[in-house]
Design a protein around this ligand. Structure first.
Ligand code: FCX
Length: 435
């Protein structure tokens, strides 16, 4: 899509100039101090990365180019058949900093539709895997298998100037995003529906077409997918999937290698896999208690038992947030509108009432509140997507929008190879003695 590409290029030129001036005039300005607890403790909170697409505030939650989730729901273009924002609009916003018009998002959806042909060998590769291969493994491998198509890798091999890296990266990113719903739906239908595949409906927007290929044409479900694919897209640069994609991309690996790596980070239970773990946890609890409508006392007992076994309560806590996650709240609002009477949704809300106090009581959990993963599974179950090992793939399709728009920015700005310094125990002990 020429309009988006040239707008992106124009925007990057302004930021490039700003960054150049900042580096020249303020490059030595200190922005943070680092203590040993952060060196050993997962680098929490250290300001050490540059990422334009979104910023996470511990209290207010995620803001995409300054827009909170409720503001996105108000401001981004919508489908004529739904109330939720179109993820195409969020991608446009992340890439350019501007809210697109209705015709611009429609143009982008058309462009993605044209680019959506998945190479045959990718399907063959997926088909060669055992059916019980985790869907995230299939998804990550499918993405890597399309690396044969990388325009960036081809142009790099031909000796493209570093000033032009952004152009083939943009092409790879657009092609990849266009294909992801097709790959994800293929894996879903292969694993859980006897490989009965559903042809794309070219008249639908990106999210609705994904819903259609999964096998559900309910307009409410299509709208849920628009919301779901919007709110999971980005969570600033330091979260594991975004950081991994950025790190791998910083070696000038192309978008396929970078996204595949990012998806492997998302597949961890402390990150994206938490959405599958939450529903597993809820089903295990209802199974053990033997009812769909447990009492508060029964639920509290199960939570305490889980903690006593040395396990975490999935869907609760966060490395940055210190309030209920606005992405949780957005899903709660959607459920209040559409799914109020659903027993499983009631259990999610019951956990929201009970878990924070219990976690707070442990005296060590910095954020006892629910994150995005606490709500999503119960909604998906309602619309028939009960196969929870697929849930992280859904997260991944959305997360690609954020991490890949970031990758375009990284190449356009010429961001360098990422290479922090590590220290060993001897270094730490010497440092303590010297200080
Ligand atoms: N249940 C039980 N214990 C928890 C907890 C939870 N939900 N959250 C944090 N804790 C514990 C930690 O395990 C740690 O214990 P330790 O000192 O014995 O090792 C202690 O509280 C301090 O951790 P804290 O600083 O609050 O949290 P971290 O930044 O280290 O970790 C995550 C953040 C998200 C990893 C943590 O809260 C967790 O494990 N939550 C459950 C898994 C989850 O929901 N992940 C999804 C997060 C997110 F939304 C996403 O990326 O998708």
């Amino acid at each position: 899509m020429k309009e988006l590409k040239s707008l992106f290029q124009e925007k990057t030129q302004h930021v490039q100039k700003d960054l150049k001036d900042i580096l020249k005039n303020h490059g030595d300005l200190q922005v943070d101090t680092v203590v040993l607890r952060q060196v050993i403790g997962g680098m929490r909170g250290i300001k050490s990365m540059f990422s334009e697409t979104s910023l996470l505030d511990p209290i207010d939650g995620i803001k995409f180019r300054g827009y909170s989730i409720p503001e996105l729901r108000d401001s981004l273009p919508k489908s004529s058949r739904g109330d939720e924002p179109l993820p195409e609009g969020l991608f446009w916003l992340m890439l350019t900093g501007e809210v697109p018009s209705q015709s611009q998002v429609e143009g982008l959806a058309d462009d993605w539709e044209k680019r959506s042909q998945v190479p045959e060998h990718t399907y063959r590769m997926i088909d060669s895997l055992p059916l019980d291969t985790h869907p995230m493994t299939q998804f990550s491998m499918a993405i890597a298998s399309m690396q044969t198509e990388s325009v960036f890798a081809k142009k790099y091999a031909e000796g493209i100037s570093k000033m032009k890296y952004w152009d083939p990266m943009y092409e790879d990113v657009m092609n990849l995003i266009a294909r992801l719903p097709h790959i994800a739906a293929y894996i879903y239908r292969r694993v859980y529906h006897d490989n009965k595949q559903i042809k794309a409906d070219e008249s639908l927007d990106w999210a609705a077409n994904f819903a259609h290929m999964l096998g559900n044409n309910d307009e409410e479900f299509q709208d849920l997918m628009r919301l779901y694919l919007t709110i999971h897209a980005d969570h600033e640069g330091g979260n594991a999937s975004a950081h991994t994609t950025h790190l791998v991309g910083s070696t000038l690996s192309d978008a396929y290698y970078s996204l595949s790596a990012g998806m492997n980070a998302l597949a961890g239970p402390l990150h994206g896999l938490a959405n599958q773990e939450v529903i597993k946890f809820i089903f295990a609890m209802l199974d053990e208690i033997g009812t769909k409508t447990p009492t508060d006392e029964q639920v509290s007992k199960f939570i305490h038992k889980t903690l006593d076994e040395g396990r975490v309560i999935p869907g609760y806590g966060h490395a940055v947030l210190r309030q209920p996650d606005p992405r949780f709240t957005a899903q709660k609002k959607f459920s209040e509108k559409h799914l109020k009477e659903d027993d499983l949704i009631q259990v999610v809300w019951q956990l929201f009432r009970l878990v924070p106090d219990i976690l707070d009581g442990l005296g060590k959990v910095k954020n006892p509140w629910p994150n995005v993963d606490a709500h999503s599974g119960a909604i998906l179950v309602h619309y028939g997507i009960k196969e929870y090992t697929f849930y992280t793939v859904l997260f991944g399709v959305s997360r690609a929008l954020g991490v890949l728009s970031n990758l375009c920015w990284a190449r356009a700005l010429g961001l360098p190879l990422e290479r922090p310094k590590s220290v060993n125990l001897e270094w730490i002990k010497n440092y303590i003695t010297e200080n």
